[in-house]
Design a protein. Structure first.
Lengths: 437, 260
């Protein structure tokens, strides 16, 4: 009978990790629905970027208030998780604070004391975050796309963290043995007196309950990630690693177009020639109509986005009241990708045409409002690139649907006819020389 | 009189200039941008730079077509231009247009066009550093200048210093806007917006950016892009400040300061 809690713990742990692993597999499957793009070059620069931007949070502190608060929560999250290792071992082995005899009282006390201080700091920071989101009128949290689930999602994460940190402190405060060590209870010693008048049995029951809810809560939170914007805590690392390293102004040249252009420019090419043996005969779509036309990096970007809205608050189009919001581009891409993923799951692994595409989520008006200024890309704390998605969708509109705004069609006609965006003759290209005022 | 050697003429004489000055479509046809083009040529002449222009053999870089989504038209333009430039054995290009600069530098190489490409502010900075252009006697009448970063020079290619260093060496004080360098706000013309009406919104981007600039109370809003120049000039007009605030290219400021 005494093994029942251990067995129960092992089952809960297994179920929690099993479902998480299942969701991670689905996540990777969905990301791989994107087109191949090679991001294996310059590994040392990539590691440096990951260390600096994801691990070192270097872009977060460009906004000092939210940046510093975020670093507190981030450090707290990573460091306090060391304690989870002990909790898991205790749960499986039926021990209590298994590291205490191993590390000795002073080291153990120092560690737990640090965790307690961090837990309090996280609690304070998360509360400030909640106030910023719900009480203060900070524009980037109030965007059109932040109604309903995205808003609730943001708050849910904060509630999770508040509850988990409180339980951690509570379970230490009600641990009679731990409190009597009088080391490591840096914060919980001020909570313990509230339970002084209760019987030992009741206090112990509170401690056990807090301990159990804490670890179950962590497993629930782990499984919440896949459905939440909070995936960034994992994906920020690969996302910064695989991010574009070229100058931001260098837009990719579509190799399928290059093939056609080179053939047109080659005087020896036979325009009616059948494709050579083994050559891919499937006609490629130009640009992106749906998420599967985007690259896997674009799709990983979408899962990484934590909807902080720094992109949107720096976007010239959004700042002047246009429909475009780079954050919404990322959220829509993820929503559509999830829809495609569910479709595949429901149809035995093969996508069945649902008559929808990314343009059901993102309007042409949004796509055409972009100035390609790279402000969104520059400011993203985890190097997400909404601009590449916008440009790919433009390419689809122009090259597959010929549906550019009229003025742009005129401009392109001019380029085609006389080699300038305006209707001036190429022969007049030197007129400026003699026009001294 | 400005001296503007033409590539085909030099080639006929068996000469190869060191530098190709890529004028760009705006620099060739837009009335305001043509003044910038001439100002830059005056600097090239003053520093005795061995350069040439393609003239009637130059065609749109394809930037506007590419940003408008027409990859096919862009690559046609690029390949045509590359053919011309490679035939002249072009090695080093300078341009006063950040859009041409970006496209030629970043998007031509994998289509067969490999050149060293410089923005005119970078090139002028080199002339100064090499002692070919002397700015010691430069004297500018304007005393407060703010610099608007063109997106395709700044964020797109990480060049923030060359234009600023030049402005500072003209003896004027440079005042920064609240949104500057990496955090600079677009003028509203990039991504082919220059050629279309903006989408529905509450205001135009150039007016917002002009507000940023006017907050620094400048005599001159300096920039390094023909499109930014147009947008900021319109913004200043819309704010009824054209009497007191001028919009100038860095090259024009140098010409003025050196009295060229």
């Amino acid at each position: 009978m005494q093994w029942i809690p251990n067995i129960l713990f092992a089952i809960i742990l297994f179920v929690g990790i099993y479902f998480f692993a299942k969701n991670v597999r689905k996540l990777i499957r969905n990301i791989k629905l994107g087109k191949e793009v090679d991001r294996s070059d310059n590994p040392s620069e990539r590691w440096t970027n990951m260390a600096r931007i994801a691990l070192g949070q270097s872009k977060m502190v460009r906004r000092p208030v939210s940046g510093v608060l975020h670093i507190v929560v981030y450090l707290g999250f990573i460091i306090i998780n060391i304690e989870v290792l002990e909790i898991i071992l205790d749960g499986l082995l039926g021990t209590h604070r298994v590291f205490l005899p191993v590390l000795g009282q002073s080291v153990y006390g120092f560690l737990i004391g640090t965790f307690e201080v961090l837990a309090l700091l996280v609690l304070v920071s998360v509360t400030v975050f909640w106030i910023r989101r719900n009480v203060m009128h900070i524009k980037r949290f109030l965007g059109k796309e932040m109604k309903g689930w995205p808003k609730n999602d943001g708050n849910n994460i904060l509630y999770f963290e508040m509850v988990l940190m409180s339980l951690f402190l509570l379970m230490n405060a009600t641990d009679d043995h731990f409190q009597h060590l009088a080391t490591g209870n840096t914060i919980s010693q001020y909570i313990a007196p509230f339970f002084e008048n209760l019987s030992f049995g009741v206090v112990h029951a509170i401690e056990r309950t807090a301990w159990w809810i804490h670890i179950v809560g962590i497993l629930v939170f782990l499984n919440y990630l896949y459905y939440s914007k909070h995936l960034h805590i994992l994906l920020a690392f690969p996302n910064t690693f695989f991010a574009n390293l070229k100058p931001k102004g260098a837009f990719k040249n579509d190799p399928n177009v290059t093939k056609e252009v080179m053939m047109m420019m080659d005087p020896n090419a036979d325009p009616y020639a059948a494709p050579a043996e083994g050559e891919d005969e499937v006609v490629a779509t130009f640009g992106a109509k749906d998420v599967t036309d985007l690259s896997w990096v674009n799709l990983m970007n979408a899962y990484t986005c934590t909807e902080c809205g720094r992109c949107t608050s720096n976007c010239p189009a959004n700042l002047t009241g246009k429909e475009l919001s780079p954050r919404k581009i990322m959220m829509d891409t993820r929503d559509r990708l999830e829809e495609v993923g569910k479709n595949i799951d429901a149809n035995n692994g093969v996508f069945q045409d649902d008559g929808k595409n990314l343009f059901d989520y993102i309007s042409k008006e949004e796509i055409w409002a972009c100035t390609s200024c790279n402000a969104c890309v520059e400011t993203c704390p985890v190097n997400i690139d909404p601009l590449e998605i916008i440009m790919d969708m433009r390419r689809y509109l122009v090259m597959e649907e010929s549906s550019a705004p009229t003025e742009l069609n005129n401009m392109m006609q001019n380029v085609e006819n006389n080699g300038a965006p305006w209707p001036y003759s190429q022969m007049d290209r030197l007129n400026w020389v003699d026009e001294e005022q | 009189m400005i001296r503007v050697p033409i590539m085909a003429d030099l080639f006929a004489e068996g000469k190869e200039p060191e530098i190709l000055f890529w004028v760009g479509s705006a620099g060739s046809f837009d009335d305001r941008a043509k003044k910038i083009t001439r100002a830059f040529v005056k600097i090239l002449n003053k520093a005795n730079v061995n350069f040439a222009v393609l003239g009637t053999e130059e065609s749109s870089s394809g930037d506007a077509a590419k940003r408008a989504g027409n990859e096919f038209l862009f690559q046609m333009q690029a390949v045509t231009n590359i053919e011309v430039m490679n035939a002249y054995n072009v090695k080093k290009i300078v341009t006063a247009c950040p859009h041409s600069f970006n496209t030629l530098k970043n998007e031509y190489p994998n289509l067969g066009g490999n050149y060293e490409v410089l923005h005119h502010t970078q090139f002028i900075q080199q002339l100064v550093d090499e002692g070919k252009l002397d700015l010691k006697d430069a004297q500018l009448s304007a005393d407060r200048i703010t610099f608007h970063d063109p997106c395709y020079l700044g964020r797109a290619n990480d060049e923030y210093n060359a234009p600023r260093n030049l402005i500072k060496s003209l003896g004027a004080s440079l005042v920064e806007m609240k949104r500057t360098k990496k955090n600079s706000l677009c003028c509203g013309a990039g991504g082919s917006q220059m050629f279309k009406e903006p989408e529905k919104g509450t205001m135009d981007v150039n007016d917002l950016r002009t507000q940023d600039a006017l907050e620094t109370q400048p005599n001159v809003i300096a920039t390094g892009c023909p499109f930014c120049n147009t947008m900021m000039t319109d913004g200043v007009k819309n704010a009824n400040k054209e009497e007191t605030v001028q919009v100038k290219d860095v090259a024009e400021l140098i010409v003025e300061a050196l009295n060229l």
